[in-house]
Design a protein around this ligand. Sequence first.
Ligand SMILES: C=Cc1c(C(=O)O)[nH]c(=O)[nH]c1=O
Length: 311
Amino acid sequence: TDLQTSIGDFQFDNVFMNASGVRCYTEEDLDALAQSDAGTFVTKSATQAKRLGNPSPRYARLELGSINSMGLPNEGLDYYLNYALKFQEKHPGQWIFLSVAGLTMEENLAMAHTIEDSDFNGLVEFNLSCPNVPGKPQTGYDFDRTKEVLTNLFTFFTKPAGVKLPPYFDLAQFDQMAAILNQFPLQFVNSINSLGNGLMIDPETDTALIKPKGGFGGIGGAYAKPIALANVRAFSQRLDPKIQLIGTGGVTNGRDAYDLILAGASLVQVGTLLQEERPAVFTRLSRELQAVMQTKGYTNLSDFKGQLKTQ
Ligand SMILES: C=Cc1c(C(=O)O)[nH]c(=O)[nH]c1=O
């Protein structure tokens, strides 16, 4: 069975990749992803300047996932762009993703210009859903702002691009967001980012588990699976077929990945599980997904992608 997939003209020999923000901060992190069985990888969402992020403890493992309020720590766009340019020289034909998360419209557009003017030949993920920068609402929950950012972006940006969205919980929101996204030449939509502003408590001390924002942080892992499936499915049903889906959220085994693909995902990103199991997890997930496919008699992803049945 074959796990190869594609986004537009970009071919990948494996459907799995990391979720931005997980084991993708440094060159060593990124090299480890490149050497794993993942089909590609994405860099930590970048701002123009390096950021230290929020005070620790800012990540905690939970019984069924994780909570994080990292606060967008990253080495700055130039660090990741330089890594990408070196990588594509050494690995022609392998396509990677740069993630960008400007704190203002101007910063997003400035970073987009930098990338547009570069020789980067991969795909760009504009993160509209960082839930952990104190005082900054998630762009993805402001439909007018989303439309404004994308309108300004696509007046000049010609490289392959997509957006990372927060989870939505209302069918009218899926309708509204899809109607906006369908107006732009997007290669992909990545659903979902962490479930924003959750809270978990240390039973010993009755204290919030993480320090930033009084303990509020994005929730990932198994908690996120039903929301991720619904968001991928809803956008798959509403978006122009030219806009492909990347499915993120709740992948703990091959069956979870299979379900995201059934819902319409062309690539599957792994966050919390990768944080806890390291890049070798992609070998296990690939094997497990192939086993599920074999039991169904499928030999490649197109045999079942988007084929979710309803009653
Ligand atoms: C880019 C910031 C993000 C962060 C973060 O750096 O706090 N955490 C997430 O779960 N999702 C994000 O998009």
